[in-house]
Design a protein around this ligand. Structure first.
Ligand SMILES: [Zn+2]
Length: 184
């Protein structure tokens, strides 16, 4: 890849979230293990706003391993249950921005878990727009076809990897996933 900011190793040393995960930068951690770190946002949308990050430097959610995405969301679920009890929240919002256009502020995958209270004035309810029937049909068929192709290719790659397990081991290949994601 030409852009060095897309290289995992390069950016890692400077990345605030990698440094939080490693303990080089102090954060108000509430939970960490070998895969993820969860800590309080110091500029919260509501008191108790938790950020969950993968410990390894991955640019954004779509580039994460499926299993790690599952683990991060499972932990978000667990913490949101705890929030109901301990913070007396009435619900929670789970928010993931993929890319700057979606409000992602740093190039390290991150999940927001925001406890919600009556009249907390946060919003975060998507607007309701009109779309014509033809357009929605086009979108459906484009996405359905692409999804099938994506999953077929992914299955083939994963089967190949299973066969060379000793070589690939647990190593996450961002380049491979990028190619899948970007369809190149
Ligand atoms: Zn990072």
């Amino acid at each position: 890849m030409a852009d060095s900011s897309l290289e995992s190793n390069d950016y890692e040393e400077k990345c605030i979230f990698c440094n939080i995960a490693k303990g080089n930068i102090k954060a108000k951690k509430i939970y960490s293990d070998d895969k993820i770190t969860a800590f309080l946002d110091i500029n919260p949308a509501n008191p108790g706003h938790v950020l969950i990050i993968p410990n390894k430097h991955v640019l954004m959610f779509p580039l994460l391993d499926d299993s790690l995405v599952g683990y991060i969301f499972a932990m978000a679920k667990n913490i949101s249950l705890i929030m109901l009890k301990v913070l007396d929240s009435k619900g929670s919002t789970i928010l993931v921005g993929n890319g700057a256009i979606a409000g992602q502020k740093a190039p390290h995958a991150l999940l927001h878990l925001i406890p919600r209270y009556p009249d907390d004035d946060i919003g975060l309810v998507p607007p309701i727009k009109q779309i014509d029937d033809k357009k929605i049909k086009e979108l459906r068929s484009a996405l359905t076809e692409a999804m099938k192709k994506f999953l077929d290719e992914k299955n083939i790659i994963e089967k190949k990897e299973e066969q060379n397990e000793e070589e690939t081991d647990d190593e996450f290949d961002a380049d491979r996933v990028s190619k899948l994601f970007l369809g190149k």
